[in-house]
Ligand binder design. Structure first.
Ligand SMILES: NC(=O)c1ccc[n+]([C@@H]2O[C@H](COP(=O)([O-])OP(=O)(O)OC[C@H]3O[C@@H](n4cnc5c(N)ncnc54)[C@H](OP(=O)(O)O)[C@@H]3O)[C@@H](O)[C@H]2O)c1
Length: 332
């Protein structure tokens, strides 16, 4: 089969012909129809993406399969698989820049017919990340307000959709590019008066004005260092800031007096150090809460552009240019 291999030592990717993967115990072999791109794909390629569950985590040093999510048809199942059969349409986290991929059956989700292959292949990372961030770690409760930093990102759009779907009375979302706001409004579920796009400069003031000075209850931060001061300024007393991404840097300055005064929780999340059991817990929680909303097309990533597998490099360059709103997708 053809697959994209990443060489983190040389920061390159290449489409190569490799052996077809064989599903192991508990695994599905999936013919990939679509695979979402993620910012982490660029970090893996750059060699800066440390993985592992032990005390010492390490950047991968040898060529590895690219990608983090996919949708496709099951073409074979490994020993012990009970929940899926050959012919099923599924979506899951996994190395999707390839014609075939193995995924853990327990971590797979059935692809709803309401979603196109491209939408389904671009959904798993955002859906699982943002349910875990907003509901599990952010402890969002009915009536609470939400701020999403970098709301035009693939995960950011999903988070705004999710917060509105759950019933948040106000969802602020930052973007450095007001020209992207109109495109956002065309995305599923975001054409809602509770959703307010703001610039990073204006977010703290808007958070005060729109909450009668109370501040925001749950802040989902995909930006990091460049946004930590405004996130804390925007936060309500007993607010939660969930640190998801560091597009704006990983070393920031935090006013610890403000953190203490507001009794704000700052919580870090990542999949990189999660065991399969922990990932299963995340999937079960998200799918248990959201399967119906996904089936109804309420949670649906906007697909900005698609690329054939051979153009994986061009697709990653487009991702790095930051001109997209939502997701870029490969169609092997
Ligand atoms: N913790 C986890 O489990 C987890 C899981 C998935 C993703 N992530 C992280 O979440 C982040 C978003 O990932 P993604 O794949 O959704 O990204 P993406 O689709 O590539 O979105 C990037 C967007 O973020 C904004 N941005 C880029 N550079 C920025 C900067 N320096 N400062 C402020 N905003 C910037 C831009 O929006 P504007 O042009 O509108 O400003 C850009 O369009 C990444 O850091 C990723 O690693 C974490």
């Amino acid at each position: 089969m053809r697959a994209v291999l990443v060489d983190p030592q040389r920061s390159t990717i290449a489409v190569e012909t490799v052996q077809d993967p064989v599903p192991g115990p508990g695994q599905l072999l999936v013919r990939v129809r679509a695979a979402g791109l993620n910012r982490a794909d660029l970090a893996v390629r750059a060699g800066g993406y440390r993985v592992g569950t032990g005390r010492s985590v390490a950047a991968p040093s040898r060529p590895l399969r690219a990608g983090a999510e996919l949708a496709g048809e099951v073409v074979a199942v490994g020993p012990g698989v009970a929940d899926f059969a050959v012919g099923d349409a599924v979506m899951a986290q996994g190395s999707g820049y390839a014609e075939l991929a193995t995924v853990e059956a327990l971590l797979a989700m059935p692809k709803p017919s309401a979603l196109s292959w491209e939408e389904a292949g671009a959904l798993p990372v955002g859906l699982l990340t943002m349910h875990d961030a907003l509901v599990t770690n952010g402890r969002w409760r009915p009536g609470e307000t939400v701020l999403v930093n970098a709301v035009t990102s693939g995960v950011g759009v999903l988070c705004a959709q999710l917060a509105l779907h759950l019933g948040a009375p106000l969802v602020l979302g930052t973007s450095t590019s007001p020209t992207k706001w109109e495109a956002l409004r065309g995305a599923a579920g975001l054409d809602d008066e509770r959703f307010v796009p703001v610039t990073p400069h204006d977010v703290a003031a808007q958070a005060r004005v729109r909450t009668d000075d109370r501040g925001i209850d749950v802040i989902i931060d995909n930006v990091g260092a460049a946004a930590i001061a405004t996130s804390l300024e925007a936060a309500a007393i007993l607010g939660r800031i969930v640190q998801v991404g560091r597009l704006g840097g990983k070393h920031g300055t935090l006013d610890l007096d403000e953190l203490a005064r507001k009794r704000v929780s700052l919580i870090g999340v990542t999949f990189r150090t999660r065991t399969t059991e922990e990932r299963l817990t995340v999937k079960r929680a998200a799918w248990g809460d959201l399967a119906d909303a996904v089936a109804a097309g309420v949670l649906r990533p906007p697909v900005h552009a698609t690329f054939p597998l051979e153009q994986a490099e061009a697709a990653q360059e487009a991702l790095a240019r930051n001109e997209h709103v939502g997701k870029l997708v490969l169609t092997p």
